[in-house]
Design a protein around this ligand. Structure first.
Ligand code: ASP
Length: 298
């Protein structure tokens, strides 16, 4: 059974000045996930480990380094899915959780799918997930962006208004299990309480052992409408290669919705890995035991 992992660090207008930091971060996340898989860990553990690495890094829009909402606060969303059981854990608009993907993991172990705001934080806290002062997740760069109004979210212009840097991972383990994870601070300048596609199953992520696993990034208001993650997996079900299925879902986003913009990573049950995006850039990386090569694109 092949092993495979792919990670992304967001679709959007990633400035040249951040490319080296993006490349280093995405490689560290790939390392973390690959190690879990090679040591016999599960796909679920691998995508959590990879996502958590990116949540800790200030270059990315997740956990520490998240963009600020219109009130100058960090509000994060994250989603996680186990392709073996179809269990889902997601959190939305949470504050003061250092690694939001760990809060999503806590929800995955409940009978429920998605919790929001303070109730999500309480569930995370009861499960032993690390909480923090919400202000400690704000980086100087994001604060400066907020103060100057740089990169603010405009509903009619989406990603064109700035970088995205959301993170995610998909993996296939030695038991043939698939998993997907996505974590984000959302869109900069978003109205408080706005929740994008990232914590929505089928939109920001999806995983099903019988079909594939996908994590998406981009303008959430457009991705959610076409269920882009589920669409990519649908392509695999139709018999397309992973690359064809990924490209088809991104094409659909652009064709079906005016200004639809984003990208995705996809892994198939046979270990094929693919990425596709229609934004300027999408930082991503992947490794598969099929060819044992690491690919880093930043
Ligand atoms: N999809 C995220 C959102 O709309 C943003 C991103 O991927 O960069 O919240």
């Amino acid at each position: 059974m092949p092993l495979a992992i792919a990670v992304h660090g967001g679709a959007g207008n990633i400035p040249d000045s951040l490319r080296a930091e993006h490349a280093a971060g995405i490689e560290a996340a790939l390392d973390a996930g690959q190690q879990v898989l090679q040591q016999g860990g599960s796909a679920l553990e691998a995508v959590i480990a990879a996502t958590q690495v990116l949540e800790a890094l200030p270059a990315f829009n997740a956990g520490y380094g998240s963009v600020l909402n219109a009130n100058g606060e960090v509000e994060t969303d994250a989603g996680l899915m186990d392709g073996r059981t179809l269990d889902i854990g997601a959190v939305a608009a949470v504050q003061g959780v250092r690694y939001p993907i760990r809060a999503a993991e806590a929800v995955l172990h409940t009978p429920h799918v998605l919790f929001a705001k303070g109730d999500a934080v309480q569930i995370a806290s009861a499960a032993g997930v690390e909480l923090c002062d919400p202000a400690s997740l704000i980086t100087p760069r994001r604060l400066e962006d907020w103060r100057t109004g740089n990169n603010d979210f405009k509903v009619d212009s989406g990603l064109a208004s700035g970088p995205a840097d959301t993170v995610g991972a998909v993996a296939l383990d030695s038991q043939g299990n698939l998993a997907a994870a996505t974590s984000t601070g959302g869109m900069s300048g978003k109205p408080p309480g706005r929740i994008g596609d990232s914590p929505l199953p089928g939109g920001g992520f999806y995983a099903d052992n019988s079909a594939g696993a996908c994590s998406t990034t981009g303008w959430g208001e457009t991705i959610a409408r076409v269920l882009m993650a589920r669409r990519a997996i649908e392509g695999l079900e139709l018999g397309l290669t992973a690359q064809e299925a990924a490209a088809r879902a991104v094409r659909l986003l652009g064709a079906r919705i005016d200004g639809g913009e984003g990208g995705l990573i996809l892994v198939a049950p046979d270990g094929q890995v693919a990425a596709s995006f229609n934004s300027d850039r999408m930082t991503h990386a992947w490794w598969s035991s099929r060819d044992d090569k690491r690919h880093i694109v930043a």
